[in-house]
Design a protein around this ligand. Structure first.
Ligand code: 4NP
Length: 175
């Protein structure tokens, strides 16, 4: 894994101009809904819900409209986190709306970069595990075809990485 990629240019995070993050995986039913739910939970726990907008999307439209996978939901709930997303496909206009676009694996990142129109948009695309202090190969493994332990592993990676990302963003919050 290459050294930690820097965040896109940071800016003050205010209630008037909340920081917008979208988590992206392939189906938007396992990994990215976990990212969305965990990050929203951290933000709520810290009382900063008016300072952030958190979403998730898939590079595919295969599961459009579906709730998060039942194993993803039950693992998250066992850790006190609710996954409330409905699957949608990532759209080109999301590059404008969001400050930070978090890819779960290298394939997601490659597909996002291929869709990005400008260098500014490309700069917004980051791997989630850039924020993990034990990044391994930099990817969140796809748990879809495996058992519950794979979903638990995804939750742990996502939670660790989201906590680190949140710590990086916190100093930018200006009440
Ligand atoms: P996700 O997992 O990208 O983490 O939501 C997957 C969900 C569905 C499929 C693959 C991965 N699928 O092949 O349908």
């Amino acid at each position: 894994m290459s050294p930690l990629q820097s965040l896109p240019p940071l800016r003050p995070i205010t209630e008037e101009n909340p920081y917008k993050i979208v988590f992206v995986c392939l189906g938007n039913i396992c990994r990215s809904p976990t990212g969305e739910g965990v990050m929203q939970h951290l933000i709520n726990e810290n009382g900063f819900q008016n300072y952030f907008e958190i979403d998730s999307a898939g590079t595919s439209a295969w599961h459009e409209g579906e709730p998060a996978n039942s194993k993803s939901r039950s693992v998250a709930e066992s850790h006190g986190v609710k996954l409330l997303s409905r699957a949608r496909q990532f759209e080109k206009r999301d590059f404008e709306h969001f400050d930070l676009i978090i890819a779960m694996d290298l394939e997601n990142k490659k597909n996002l970069l291929a869709l990005a129109g400008t260098e500014d948009h490309k700069e917004k695309v980051q791997l989630l595990r850039n924020y993990d202090d034990t990044p391994e190969d930099g990817q969140v493994p796809d748990p879809y075809y495996g058992g519950l332990s794979g979903f638990e592993n995804v939750f742990q990676i996502v939670q660790r990485s989201c906590k680190a990302l949140f710590e990086k963003l916190k100093p930018q919050i200006s009440p």
